[in-house]
Design a protein around this ligand. Structure first.
Ligand code: SAH
Ligand code: DHB
Ligand code: MG
Length: 222
């Protein structure tokens, strides 16, 4: 185990212990042939802390997989809080729903099955406004997800985007990898966007070297 993985485990043992439910979610991915693309335990705790910091009652997630990150977030919500999570793969959504039921969070989490680009306009039409939005679906349309997320935001909404560094492959301007190109386009758009105050946290540890973009929707200038 390299020093980053060991240190990630040290932090998780102290601060992000996974209970039986979260362990079961991770196992359910292998059992059902789903990819191990969940956030790490420490990243789950980070998401939970961020939504508690902004008193979030309404959270939106793009990309549910088995519901691992969804469960971390829902556990940080107040009684009347809710996560809407969008998943394009019906099989993933089915596994996630079982996990969410097992976690006793069925009343706090609503899975919408379909492609995010098809579902988000409906939420916008309903004047949906979220306190925190976590984007973790397919990478090529990340820049479009930023635009749509901003339409579902208010000043102070926190926007988080997973996997925007991709083992440093974002440095390669010649990359032809569609995921790398997608997050490069997103990172450039984020940096140019005057509507948000943003940074990227580089992450190492149990998962590959990567990064999470953190953006806060600006308040009107006084
Ligand atoms: N947030 C999860 C991991 C998500 S992995 C966690 O940390 O536990 C990415 C998920 O996005 C996969 O389940 C994939 O099926 C889904 N996905 C891919 N394209 C999508 C799209 N266009 N709309 C919604 N979900 C999509
Ligand atoms: C991939 C997607 C993810 O959301 C992630 O956290 C890691 C990898 C991927 O599609 O490669
Ligand atoms: Mg991810």
């Amino acid at each position: 185990m390299d020093i980053y993985t060991q240190t990630d485990r040290y932090i998780a043992d102290l601060l992000a212990n996974e209970d039986d439910i979260l362990n079961q979610v991770i196992r359910s991915l292998d059992d059902n042939g789903l990819p191990q693309h969940s956030v790490s335990a420490n990243q789950g705790k980070f998401l939970q802390s961020m939504l508690m910091a902004c008193n979030a009652r309404k959270v939106l997630e793009l990309g549910t997989l088995g519901g691992y990150s969804t469960i971390w977030m829902a556990r940080g919500l107040p009684k009347d809080g809710k996560v809407i999570t969008i998943e394009s793969d019906a099989r993933h959504a089915e596994v996630a729903q079982k996990n969410i039921n097992l976690a006793g969070l069925a009343d706090k989490i609503e899975i919408k099955t379909g492609k995010a680009l098809d579902i988000l306009p409906g939420l916008i039409a309903k004047n949906g406004v979220f306190d925190l939005i976590f984007v973790d679906a397919d990478k090529p349309p990340y820049a479009e997800y930023l635009e749509l997320a901003l339409q579902l935001s208010r000043p102070g909404t926190i926007l988080l985007f997973d996997n925007v560094i991709r083992e440093g492959k974002v440095l390669d301007k010649q990359s032809t990898d569609e995921k790398v190109c997608g997050v490069q386009r997103f990172n450039t758009a984020l940096a140019a966007d005057a509507r948000v105050t943003a940074t990227i946290l580089q992450t190492v540890g149990a998962k590959e070297h990567d990064g999470i973009a953190v953006a806060v929707v600006n308040y009107p200038k006084s």
